[in-house]
Design a protein around this ligand. Structure first.
Ligand code: TRP
Length: 452
């Protein structure tokens, strides 16, 4: 049995509850919306390959580092660094994380809002009948360009997130993830089978799984790395915060492993649904951008008897997956203001939620509603700066902090509680001190050439 630790901050009910909650943070629009979009824009299978390497070699390392910092210090990211290395500039990791969290939350909630919109559209029969890519393309373009709709949906998403966070972590997160995440997984497997058996699926499968190495470039590597951090919720202290609620008797290594594995599996399956369908039904191209998932999924449902029900189920579960992620994004700044500044949870959640909403408005309007914002691709830039660069930079600082400031010996001391053997130890040490930081530095160094 778990030796439950009693602290005022509360702990996850059990190891499995933690894994589900952390997987709940990790699994979300990052897997089902952002991953296929990035694959489509970055040459297909070669991106997938680099992505898997990035998760195994760097993502896992950073995940374990964040969880370890969190459990050791029992604090939010700023407080955690302060406790380990008092009065040092490394607290920047925490502040950067707070800023990044709010910024990602702002445009992420826009897409979560689209998901809600699509749930309603599916339920009210917008996707009935014979669909083509041209048709779903038009439906998406019309929808995302409607300023009032996208803003109202954004407001609903941020409102729900703020409400859940203001009521505290455990009751909010644990309850949802336990049943709904496994359901999403089963549904996705079912849809993947349907997509794979569509006539003409082969082209999509080869785009997705047969690497064309001539497409490998610095840009592909940067986006794959950024996608690994984004999808695993790394680089801004989310996993420090979640780690702070893990009990000392739990095994951090296997927990990190399970979260990385399940998150990656779901992303890969999402691609198996998207690409075969996209190539089997005419009208769309892989580099469709942020609308990709919304244009392709209705096509799969149209190919299943009773598709409307599957559509409703899918968008509902995706919405839940998105909300378990938005709450983890909001939790970082809120934990900081509550722990370090003595704010009430309600005040912290309310103010941060408001901020994210205001920042989200221009993103919401940049998919066709306002010409200028659409032209400069406001939400695309937000995602590039905060969802790629800032996370990679944060992950770099976390590796350097654990590798050289806190020191791997002390970190291993924390990891050993709950895992006395830690077989991956030499690999993790090598990755945290050398491989991960050097890889991230090289990639960040080339950004100017990559961003054109
Ligand atoms: N990982 C989530 C997803 O894939 C999004 C997310 C939640 C996130 N918390 C995060 C991304 C923290 C980066 C950092 O949908």
């Amino acid at each position: 049995m778990e030796a439950k630790q009693v602290t005022e901050r509360g702990n996850w009910g059990s190891k499995i509850a933690f894994i589900l909650a952390a997987a709940g943070s990790a699994v979300g629009l990052g897997n089902i919306w952002r991953f296929p979009m990035a694959v489509g824009q970055n040459g297909g299978a070669v991106f997938v390959l680099v992505y898997i390497l990035a998760v195994m070699l760097i993502g896992f390392t950073v995940m374990l580092s964040e969880l370890t910092i969190g459990r050791h210090s029992q604090k939010n990211p700023v407080g955690a660094i302060e406790r380990i290395k008092p009065r040092s500039p490394w607290k920047l990791i925490g502040y950067l994380g707070i800023l990044t969290g709010i910024c990602i939350l702002s445009y992420y909630s826009v897409v979560a809002g689209w998901t809600l919109g699509y749930l309603i559209k599916t339920a009210t029969g917008s996707f009935k009948g014979q669909l083509s890519g041209h048709l779903t393309d038009k439906i998406f373009t019309d929808f995302s360009a409607n300023p009032w709709l996208v803003i109202i949906f954004l407001l609903i998403i941020i409102g729900v997130t703020t409400y859940i966070i203001s009521r505290g972590v455990k009751s909010g997160i644990e309850r949802w993830t336990k049943i709904l995440m496994p359901m999403l997984f089963i549904l996705i497997i079912f849809l993947a089978v349907r997509a794979l058996t569509l006539p003409g699926a082969e082209k999509g499968i080869s785009f997705y799984l047969k690497p064309d190495f001539s497409k490998l470039s610095g840009k592909v590597i940067l986006f794959a790395l950024g996608q690994a951090f984004f999808s695993l919720s790394l680089g801004m202290g989310t996993m420090i915060t979640y780690g702070s609620y893990i009990s000392k008797s739990d095994n951090l290594v296997s927990s990190a492993g399970w979260v990385c594995f399940s998150d990656t599996l779901i992303a890969l399956l999402a691609g198996i649904i998207i690409f075969p369908t996209l190539f089997a039904i005419p009208g769309l191209t892989p580099a469709e951008g942020p609308g990709l998932v919304f244009k392709v999924f209705p096509l799969v449902f149209a190919k299943i008897p009773g598709g409307t029900i599957f559509g409703i189920l899918f968008f509902s579960l995706l919405l839940v997956a998105a909300i378990t992620s938005t709450i983890s994004l909001l939790e970082v700044p809120v934990a900081y203001f509550v722990d370090e500044r003595g704010w009430s949870r309600t005040k912290a959640a309310g103010l941060m939620g408001l901020l994210a909403f205001l920042l989200g408005v221009p993103s919401a309007l940049s998919s066709g509603a306002v010409k200028f914002l659409t032209k400069i691709d406001f939400s695309g830039w937000m995602d590039f700066i905060f969802g790629n660069i800032s996370l990679a930079f944060g992950a770099l600082l976390i590796c350097l902090f654990v590798g050289y400031i806190w020191g791997v010996k002390r970190a291993i001391g924390e990891i050993s509680s709950g895992n006395t053997r830690f077989k991956l130890r030499p690999l993790w040490v090598f990755s945290v001190k050398f491989l991960s930081p050097i890889a991230i530095i090289i990639i960040l160094f080339f950004i100017r050439t990559i961003a054109k």
